[in-house]
Design a protein. Structure first.
Length: 107
């Protein structure tokens, strides 16, 4: 079994991007807090900023790329793991990266 990778998330920033290497491929992850919906959204791009998948709702304890068939996307499991007794509540603005951590489990 391969070691899971925790994707670091800065605190108190409503919109940010970061380069992430998964399965030897570099991606651009963009995180966006939607104040109206009170939830985080994720978009994944190629390193040259071509969209692979956008509008991904960050839902706790659910595979975020479950229905994706695009072979250019990471092939492991990307999940927002809830580390608290709440078990499943979507992360609030302050909770992504603390109570809920973004984890990648390689195949």
């Amino acid at each position: 079994m391969k070691t899971p990778i925790e994707i670091p998330v800065p605190q108190d920033v409503p919109l940010f991007s970061e380069r992430i290497t998964l399965d030897g491929i570099e991606y651009l992850f963009q995180f966006d807090w939607n104040d109206r919906a009170q939830r985080w959204y994720l978009a994944i791009f190629t390193i040259d900023e071509k969209p692979l998948k956008t509008g991904i709702k960050v839902v706790a304890n659910w595979p975020l790329l479950l229905r994706s068939t695009d072979a250019r996307l990471p092939q492991g499991t990307l999940i927002a793991a809830d580390l608290s007794p709440l078990q499943g509540e979507s992360p609030t603005f302050q909770e992504l990266g603390t109570r809920v951590r973004l984890m990648y489990f390689p195949k």
